[in-house]
Design a protein around this ligand. Sequence first.
Ligand code: SAH
Length: 340
Amino acid sequence: MKNFYGVSFSELSDYLLSLEENPAKTKIIFSAVYRDKISDFSEIINLKGSLIQKLSQDFSLSLPKMINRLSDDEAEKMLFAMDDDKIIEAAVMKQKYGNSLCISSQIGCNMNCAFCRSGKNKKERNLETSEMVGQIMFMERELNMKISTVTIMGIGEPFDNYDNVMKSIDIINCPYGFYLGQRHISLSTCGIVPKIHEFSKRENINSLAISLHAPNDEIRNLLMPINKTYPLKELINAVKDFCSTANKRVFMEYIMLSSINDSVENAAELADLLKDINCTVNLIPYNDTEIEGFSRSSMNQMMKFYDVLKKNHIRVTMRREFGSSIKAACGQLKSDYIKI
Ligand code: SAH
C-alpha cells in the first residue's frame, strides 16, 4: 500500500487511467484530501463505492506520529516519529501574515557545516515525499492549523534529496493540493551547484535561499565543507543562472559569527562578491549551540555590517529570531531530544 501524500497529481491521473476511470476524478480526490482533509476515502461523497474501495486498498492516508510538542508565544516545535521510528522535527513560526512551517528533508544531514548542531548527526536516510507533505498535512488535518508558508529549511540538505523534494513542492503548489503559491514555498541549500542549475530550469519556482555565510573561499571552507567541492565562483555562477529568468528571487543567508565573518572588511568583500546579483542578504543572529568556537556577533557589530552593505547598495534585512526558548531555531532542531 502506498502513502497517498507521496502521490503527485499526474501520478494519480495515470492511476485512474490504468483503472479505466475518468482522470477528471483526480481533481475530486485531490480536493477531498487536501482541501477537505479527509482521513478516510469513504468520506468522499461524489465517487462510486467501487472506486473508493479500490483507493482504500491501494493508498493509506496515514501521517507521521507526533511524539512531542513544545510551544511558546511565537513558535512551536513538533517531533514526529516515522514508520521506521526515526525521528524528525518541524517548527512553526507564528507570524503576523500567517503560520510559516519549516520542514525537514532528511533524517540527519551529511553536509557537516561546522556551526550547525542539527548537522552533527549523520544522514540516516532521505525523507520520502509523503513524509515531507505529511508534516504539513499533520498541522492542517490534526492540529487544525492553517499553514500559509512552507520553508524547506529544517534538518537535511534538500538538494541531496532532490527528486523527493521536487515532488513535494509540486504537491504543495498544486491548485488541487495545498495550493501555496511559489512565493510561499522556499528552499534553502548549502550550495550543491549542479542541483542549482537543474532547479533553475524548473518553471514553477521563483525563490531560492543560499546558505552563504562567508564573503570568500577561505572563510567558507572553514565553515562549510561543501565549499571545497563547489567554491564560491561556481556557486555565484549558478545563482546568476537561476536569476537569469524573470521573477526569480534569491536570498543570501548570512549567519553572523563573532570574529569569524562579521568584520566591516568582510561586509565590504561580501558587497563586492554580490554586486552583480539581484539578491537580498538576510543577516541572521547565530543561535547558540554547545559547539565550541562559535558565538553570535554583537548587535553593534551586526549594525555596522548592515550599514556597509546598505552603503554599497546591497538589499539587506535582519532576521528576527523565533523560538529560541524552545530550541526551535535554525540549527537547533532535534538536538536535545536525541540525547535522551
Ligand atoms: N541544508 C540547508 C537547509 C538546512 S539549514 C542549508 O544549508 O541551507 C537551515 C539554515 O540554518 C541554514 O542557512 C543553516 O546554515 C542555518 N543554521 C544552521 N545552524 C544555525 C545556527 N546555530 N544558528 C543560525 N542558523 C543556523
